[in-house]
Design a protein around this ligand. Structure first.
Ligand code: FAD
Length: 656
């Protein structure tokens, strides 16, 4: 079979199947001993030799800053890059609700094993057991590390660290700092990073965007960077490269992510040979402020922690348009409490999102366009008093009031699901190494530990686990073979990468068409949301693929990017990112098309039970899909990593 792209839209003709892959790094010992065994088995680099080795880290959010600080402290020469004007502005700062850890401070039956179990089950059995177990194990160390750094976690009356619950679990294991957990954790990581910058083990480059990976003799050896202020194109080389560049939820245009979040770094690495895993696994978060009109460029999350005390409901009858405060109890449907009595409002995000979509599809949604459900605090205020509710959630309530003009202490909030997080990302083995030797990927940028659905408060845990504890223990094993031969700027691989970056920038600036970058992005986002969002069908995905390809062509012939390269040019920055989103969007739809099962929040209409519930297909789809770039206008190659569950029995999830 040739590898060229088909003209027809026959479902199986979009890709080629390659050989299966496997993680070869997790030791074959009982799961509770795997991490210890790997740490012991990984080679070490003695402190004197670390000074001779260099590491590039792209990204200084929680995953990148923690890794840079830790590797700097260990004595490696680290160069760290981010596109913001300060590491403190990474998207991690937006995280509100909290971070999980199996500390069992509440003595409510929590344990490393239970966190592992909840996460595997919550991910709908599409995550790798070894990684998830390690994540649960390391979670307890993260809290100690952050407390030692001075992160001001909320405390109980007696002074102990407080905990709350998040969806998909029945214990309280979420540590938090009011509604600003990400900000406080990031300040902790940032100060550790700053210390290393002052000690000159880390060179920090802000407002520098990575546009290409340099691969020499099959190893990741450097990056091509654009100085976003001057437009200067630079090359940087090292013995290893780490990508900690966050998630790609903005392929949907509207999401809760910061507007700058993008896929460029990981996509460029993918084009150079790194496999992209589970691209279609996107998390739709159930509690976001509903879309209010065409003018919006971003959506706002209302933290999941609100579901601890807020009750979700819609009127029993769609025609009931009364002020919610005037709707009596008997006319309300607390549908999550009704359908899922054991977890109630704390079902996992995928379940809560789909349930909200279902009641809105039935015509019972509230607010403009009927795309909203109520999140009501009247009971909590009556039970706990307003000061207690304000103490826990005050900043979230005021954010809601500022955005909607409504007072959530008096009238229920309106919420609706929105794109929030991407479980897909670059494929990595147990060491967090991608399929290109010397390339490591951490945080949201890797396909990570969350399977088809991430439980709340586990992204911060994973980013910090990767950066503070996992990577610093595994990357040594690779660096022990270094230092590798120096790479000169004149090396053909570097020259080729720089030329590719320049050619792309020139092309974007020379099209001189009639449409703005944003108009293309918006249209792509709409296609992705309609056909590759919460509900997917074979027919819809084919339609989407067709439209994305047309749009991509139109983009390259009709986009208008004003200004020049040699200046601060946000239109140019955005154009490059949107161009990569087109390619990613196509792969996401192909991945979704191939996965003919409903799993996580991804409902495939062809795969449902007779009563309309999501139906997973473990016989066919219990694998990680790891995509190899096939070439421009050529089919991608699918490598499957079969998932084996030795510890958690695979069964249809039930939260009833
Ligand atoms: C509103 C909101 C609330 C959330 N709340 C929670 C929560 O309560 N608990 C939880 O566990 N998770 C939460 N999450 C998820 C969590 O915040 C993120 O998954 C996590 O912070 C990602 O961290 P990261 O370090 O991987 O990436 P980011 O924080 O996104 O950092 C990416 C870094 O990469 C850099 N970068 C990217 N591309 C390039 C490039 N090409 N060149 C140079 N630099 C580049 C950026 O400058 C940045 O420094 C929330 C997410 C959102 C959107």
């Amino acid at each position: 079979m040739t590898n060229s792209m088909p003209d027809s839209l026959d479902a199986n003709s979009f890709y080629i199947e390659g050989p299966d892959i496997a993680d070869a790094k997790a030791p074959q010992v009982p799961i509770e001993r795997r991490w210890e065994e790997r740490r012991f088995g990984a080679r070490l680099v003695n402190p004197a030799n670390r000074r001779k080795l260099s590491v590039i880290i792209v990204g200084s959010g929680l995953a990148g800053a923690s890794a840079a600080a830790t590797l700097g402290e260990a004595g490696y020469n680290v160069a760290c890059f981010c596109y913001q004007d300060s590491p403190r502005r990474a998207h991690s700062i937006a995280a509100q609700g909290g971070i999980n850890a199996a500390k069992n401070y509440r003595n409510d039956g929590d344990s490393v094993y239970r966190l592992f179990y909840d996460t595997v089950k919550g991910g709908d059995f599409r995550a790798r057991e070894s990684n998830v177990y390690r994540l649960a194990e390391v979670s307890v160390e993260i809290i100690d590390q952050c407390v030692a750094q001075g992160v001001p976690f909320a405390r109980e009356y007696g002074g102990l660290l407080d905990n709350r619950s998040f969806g998909g679990v029945q214990v309280s294991r979420t540590f938090y700092a009011r509604g600003q957990t990400g900000q406080q954790l990031l300040i902790g990581a940032y100060q550790a990073l700053e210390r290393q910058i002052a000690a000159e083990t880390v060179a920090m480059h802000t407002r520098h965007e990575m546009l290409e990976l340099i691969v020499v003799d099959g190893r990741a050896r450097g990056v091509v960077i654009r100085d976003m202020v001057t437009g200067g194109i630079e090359t940087h080389f090292a013995d290893a490269v780490v990508l900690a560049t966050g998630g790609y939820g903005n392929v949907f245009y509207l999401s809760t992510n910061a507007v700058g979040c993008n896929v460029t770094a990981t996509w460029r690495a993918h084009r150079k040979g790194a496999y992209f895993a589970n691209p279609c696994f996107t998390q739709i978060h159930p509690t976001c402020i509903p879309v209010s009109g065409e003018h919006q460029s971003k959506l706002t999350l209302m933290s999941e922690s609100l579901r601890n005390d807020g009750r979700i409901w819609v009127p029993k009858r769609g025609e009931d348009k009364r002020d919610p405060r005037k709707i009596p109890e008997q006319d309300r449907d607390y549908y999550l409490e009704r359908i899922y009595p054991s977890f109630g409002n704390l079902v996992p995000r995928d379940i809560a999102s789909r349930a909200a979509k279902n009641v809105c599809d039935e015509g019972r949604g509230v607010g403009p366009g009927g795309l909203g459900v109520y999140l009501d605090f009247a009971d909590a205020i009556a039970r706990l008093g307003r000061p207690a509710v304000e103490g826990k959630y005050g900043n979230l309530f005021s954010m809601y009031a500022q955005i909607t003009g409504e007072n959530p202490y008096q009238t229920p909030m309106r919420i609706y699901p929105a794109v929030h997080y991407t479980m897909g990302g670059l494929w990595v083995d147990y060491d967090l190494q991608a399929s290109i030797p010397g390339l490591y990927v951490t945080g949201e940028a890797n396909f990570s530990d969350h399977g088809a659905n991430r439980l709340g408060a586990s992204a911060l845990m994973q980013g910090l686990a990767d950066g503070y504890f996992v990577l610093p223990n595994t990357i040594n094993d690779y660096l022990a073979d270094g230092p590798f031969p120096k790479v000169a700027e004149s090396h053909p691989a570097a020259v080729e990468a720089v030329q590719a970056v320049r050619a792309r920038i020139d092309k974007l600036l020379s099209v001189n068409g009639s449409r703005t970058v944003d108009s293309f992005h918006k249209e792509l986002g709409r296609v992705m949301w309609d056909y590759c969002g919460m509900e997917r069908s074979e027919e819809g995905l084919r339609k989407a693929l067709n439209r994305i390809r047309e749009l991509k062509k139109e983009f390259w012939s009709d986009v208008r990017v004003l200004g020049t390269n040699e200046e601060l040019n946000q239109a140019l920055e955005r154009a490059g990112r949107v161009a990569d989103f087109f390619e990613l969007g196509e792969l996401m739809c192909i991945d979704a098309l191939v996965r003919r099962e409903s799993c996580g929040g991804h409902f495939r209409v062809e795969s449902q039970t007779p009563d309309g519930e999501a139906l997973r297909d473990d016989d066919e789809f219990a694998y990680v899909s790891a995509w190899e770039f096939g070439g421009d206008d050529r089919r991608p190659v699918l490598h499957k990593e079969p998932l084996v569950y030795e510890y958690v029995e695979m069964k249809q999830r039930s939260y009833k």
